[in-house]
Design a protein around this ligand. Structure first.
Ligand code: IPE
Ligand code: IPE
Ligand code: MG
Length: 247
């Protein structure tokens, strides 16, 4: 028996929701192929609706933060045409989404080397971030040109600079002080990381922050991700016992 969306929603314990969910949105290319499209781009286009649904659901559930892995550092190795298409989709999304973000009190932030984004895309990102910066609801963190190892290396560089300037002593470098140099130290670590498309890997996502995240893998391809699947992942998360190394 498959439960309806409403039944799933009722089943969810609203007092034990994850504070921060992160999603590796994978499978757009395979979705396009499966649906007989000649180009992978149709999959990317279809993936935008899933982004909207995931964001809306996270806001509706009052989650503190949703991080979406939209473009990795490694994705720069894709064909130029595909990158251009993804960047134009991103720019349009960032512009078109403003009313929806405002209506739902969502604050947009980003993680990654956004200086590598095309100018028009980066400008729109900064503009949308600025417009939404006073919103107090869900924090939507877009991982763009993001790499987990790069994030750690960037933090190491900042600490080394401070150490060389005598601002921090090597003996004082603790996990907490290190984490303060990551891109968004104010965000709690992700409690739940979801990956679509049946791949069982992290692909350089939130390496430091994922230390104790619960992982949820689904075979669903990203454009088919919907509220139901999000709720299923959250219900599965609530069945787990998080021990953090204890007993
Ligand atoms: C995820 O879908 C979107 C991005 C990485 C930008 P893919 O483009 O990786 O789709 P598959 O994995 O080839 O199916
Ligand atoms: C991970 O998907 C990156 C994003 C979802 C942005 P990829 O499709 O790039 O990852 P791999 O190549 O399967 O590891
Ligand atoms: Mg992929």
């Amino acid at each position: 028996m498959t439960l309806s969306e409403q039944e799933l929603f009722q089943q969810l314990d609203k007092n034990r929701l994850p504070r921060h969910v992160a999603i590796i949105m994978d499978g757009n290319g395979r979705w396009a192929r499966l649906h007989g499209f000649k180009s992978r781009m149709s999959g990317h286009r279809a993936g935008i609706d899933a982004v909207r649904t995931a964001t809306r659901t996270a806001a509706e559930l009052n989650l503190h933060a949703l991080t979406l892995y939209a473009f990795s550092e490694e994705n720069w190795s894709r064909p130029k045409r595909e990158i251009q298409f993804l960047m134009s989709l991103l720019r349009r999304f960032l512009k078109d989404e403003i009313p929806e973000l405002m209506e739902n009190n969502i604050r947009l932030v980003s993680s990654g080397h956004i200086r590598r984004l095309p100018d028009d895309c980066r400008m729109q990102l900064l503009e949308t971030q600025k417009i939404t910066q006073k919103n107090t609801g869900l924090i939507l963190n877009l991982a763009l040109s993001y790499g987990g190892r790069t994030e750690i290396a960037d933090a190491v560089r900042k600490i080394a600079t401070d150490a060389a300037a005598g601002k921090i002593h090597p003996d004082d470098i603790t996990e907490e002080r290190f984490a303060a140099f990551l891109y968004h130290p104010e965000l709690p670590d992700p409690d739940l990381i979801i990956r679509t498309s049946g791949e069982y890997r992290i692909s350089n996502f939130l390496l430091w922050q994922a230390a104790y995240a619960e992982l949820y893998f689904t075979n669903v391809l990203w454009p088919d991700f919907n509220k139901r699947i999000f709720l299923e992942a959250l219900i599965d998360y609530q069945k787990r016992e998080r021990r953090f190394g204890g007993v």
